[in-house]
Design a protein around this ligand. Structure first.
Ligand SMILES: C[S@@+](CC[C@H](N)C(=O)[O-])C[C@H]1O[C@@H](n2cnc3c(N)ncnc32)[C@H](O)[C@@H]1O
Length: 259
């Protein structure tokens, strides 16, 4: 694709991510920030030769492209926003000669029967946008092969973790108004880790990417007033280990029970 044609095509879309398309051309998204860099680093540290990966909520494919670079044989880029997937399919992937499979889907509809299971599931910047966060984690659990990896990045309700909590603000109350005020599910760190364990994910590495001093101040303010909710971003690498699941609880929540 000639440079002029490429720039022309890009001008028909809006972008969240900045993707380097070569020859000095980039998608005009936000600069790659510290949480995205951490996700890129975790993917970059993996040898994905011959492996499969899915980037859930892939936007313009930043993480899917990194997985492909690391040698993944099959990479799916899934997003529910049609223009993201159209731009990937029509512009970005053909231009880069990428074999990533663009998939227009609501992540809640992903399932192993139709989409397969993956060695790596990247689930970044999505969980806190979801009205059904537990269902979403269940979907992700079913997509990760036993022994496979999930890289999760999400917003957390940044309290002192005295209780495992899930803060589910209404659009009026959400601390991140953004587009449609659709940020609606913030686990605190304790609840996130404990629920990951429930879903059979063993945490290997976790990083809260925000400045420790600002976090501290925000936590104090959050305890002093009821109108301010401290939010930070956490990046977690975990391994799927079905042996740590609490089978009795899984059965109780996810199937019919006997007498
Ligand atoms: C904040 S952006 C994060 C993009 C990218 N993962 C990153 O971290 O740079 C959220 C993305 O998730 C997508 N998304 C939100 N809810 C979704 C859902 N239910 N199913 C699939 N994609 C979803 C949005 O379209 C958007 O591209």
């Amino acid at each position: 694709m000639e440079n002029e044609e490429l720039v022309n095509k890009l001008s028909q879309y809006t972008f969240y991510q900045t993707i380097d398309l070569g020859n000095g051309i980039k998608t005009p998204g936000l600069p790659t920030d510290v949480k995205q860099k951490k996700v890129l680093q975790l993917i970059g540290d993996m040898d994905l030769s011959g492996k499969s990966a899915i980037d859930i909520g892939c936007a313009s494919g930043l993480f899917a492209l990194e997985a492909e670079k690391r040698g993944a044989a099959r990479v799916v880029g899934a997003d529910h926003t049609e223009h993201n997937i159209e731009c990937l399919r029509e512009v970005i992937l053909p231009h880069l000669g990428s074999k990533i499979e663009p998939l227009h889907v609501n992540m809640l509809d992903l399932n192993p029967e139709e989409h397969g299971q993956f060695d790596l599931v990247i689930f970044a910047g999505v969980l806190y946008h979801l009205k059904y966060p537990f269902s979403a984690l269940k979907v992700v659990r079913d997509l990760v092969k036993s022994g496979g990896t999930m890289i999760l990045e999400t917003g957390i309700y940044d309290d002192y973790n005295r209780r495992a909590a899930l803060y589910t603000p209404s659009p009026k109350d959400t601390p991140l108004k953004g587009r449609f005020a659709n940020s609606c599910a913030f686990f605190n760190e304790k609840a996130l880790i404990e629920n990951l364990e429930y879903f059979g994910f063993r945490v290997v590495e976790k990083t809260v990417v925000n400045d420790p001093f600002k976090r501290f101040v925000k936590k104090i303010v959050g305890t002093l007033t009821t109108s301010f909710y401290p939010v930070s971003n956490i990046v977690i690498k975990c391994e799927r280990d079905p042996s740590i699941e609490n089978k009795a609880l899984t059965r109780f929540y996810e199937s019919v029970t006997g007498k």
